[in-house]
Unconditional design. Structure first.
Ligand SMILES: Nc1nc2c(ncn2[C@@H]2O[C@H](COP(=O)(O)OP(=O)(O)OP(=O)(O)O)[C@@H](O)[C@H]2O)c(=O)[nH]1
Ligand SMILES: [Mg+2]
Length: 338
């Protein structure tokens, strides 16, 4: 029996996804009273959404997903049923994480990435549509000031995932799970290492995106803070969350419409810091929703992001990794490909 066939009744425990027991019980599959086997025959259907995700439903009657978001157990269910890439994301409030995912969804469903990538479905269609609703009011080509709502979780202590499936031009289907976390989680992680455990699912992810705001790195007033915070975040990632070196990091540099479509030079310091810690790292300049008056196209860089999500072992042209080859090999080995 593999660890993914278990789910814990404790709301904060992510064992179902991470294999880590919140109470550090030795051999939890045998000794933890809260851990329940969740094979197809015994797993009770869960409410989709964060609330109640880790509690079994008292009424065993079949419940249908709301399509808004997936909790840890539903994410684990998808990962069990087919090969799915888990995309880890970290980034402070307003970094542009939700906009990135919304743009990814709109680019795929709007057939803007065809013929290279085609939308193949989502188990969280309503969740994406809910995030995109302000954009539906987009009038006369003007981007609304508030593009998406700030992210709040139904259960503030448990991550929520969006699901997206797409085909590449060879016809291969890719499923990805995207955790849309509130920026407060990252901010809190910086000040309080004891919150690292709720990011435990990152240890099982296929790549980890660090959302860094280009204007913060370009502006002289904010540059030093941005560098300090991002470097500190890397330290938390490796020392406190213990993200394995085999998981590639992607510096998702958001709002690059404000920096002429390229990542500010100082972002390279973060790439170097990641390399020094033994990670392979790529940098992707992005502009999910460029401000009016810029020449950078809508969804700038999203195609590169999709490539990185679907082929994490292929270095991009903006790749800064010196050791991506060996990292990719160990990544593939860890995922059982080679
Ligand atoms: N210039 C520019 N601004 C953007 C872009 N994408 C997002 N923004 C702005 O950044 C704001 C915050 O974006 P969100 O996606 O909500 O940020 P977030 O990281 O999800 O924030 P939290 O949910 O609070 O953690 C948006 O309301 C936009 O005003 C972009 O491509 N260019
Ligand atoms: Mg958000």
């Amino acid at each position: 029996v593999t660890r993914r066939e278990f789910a814990c009744l404790k709301p904060d425990c992510t064992f179902g996804l991470t294999g880590t027991c919140i109470e550090s019980i030795d051999d939890p599959t045998r000794k933890c009273p809260n851990l329940k086997a969740t094979d197809a025959s015994s797993e009770p259907e869960q409410q989709v959404g964060n609330e109640g995700d880790t509690h079994p439903v008292a009424n065993p009657a079949r419940q249908f997903p709301t399509g808004l978001e997936l909790g840890l157990n539903q994410a684990a269910r998808i990962m069990r049923s087919r090969y799915t890439r888990l995309i880890g994301v970290l980034g402070q409030a307003e970094a542009g994480k939700t906009c990135l995912f919304t743009s990814l969804y709109l680019q795929l469903t709007g057939r803007n990435l065809c013929p290279k990538y085609r939308f193949a479905g989502s188990e969280t269609l309503l969740g994406f549509e809910q995030r995109a609703r302000h954009l539906r009011d987009w009038t006369q080509g003007r981007v609304p000031d508030q593009i998406v709502d700030r992210t709040h979780l139904g259960n503030p202590r448990s991550p929520a995932f969006l699901h997206l499936a797409f085909h590449d031009d060879s016809g291969t289907r890719h499923d990805v799970l995207l955790p849309d976390l509130p920026g407060e989680w990252t901010t809190r992680l910086l000040s309080d290492a004891s919150t690292a455990e709720r990011f435990g699912f990152l240890r099982r992810s296929d790549i980890v995106l660090l959302a860094l705001e280009a204007p913060q790195f370009a502006n002289r007033r904010t540059r030093n803070n941005a560098i300090t915070d991002a470097t500190h975040l890397l330290a938390r990632l490796s020392d406190d969350i213990s993200v394995p070196r085999s998981i590639p990091l992607v510096l998702a540099v958001t709002k690059c419409d404000e920096t002429d479509g390229s990542a500010p030079q100082d972002v390279q310091k973060i790439a170097d810091a990641a390399l020094n810690r033994g990670y392979s790292v790529s940098t992707i300049p992005l502009a999910a929703f460029p401000r009016n008056g810029t020449t950078v196209p809508l969804g700038f860089g999203i195609d590169a992001l999709v490539t990185q999500m679907s082929l994490p072992c292929v270095p991009l042209t903006t790749d800064t990794a010196r050791n991506i080859g060996s990292a990719s090999r160990s990544y593939l080995k860890a995922r059982g490909h080679r």
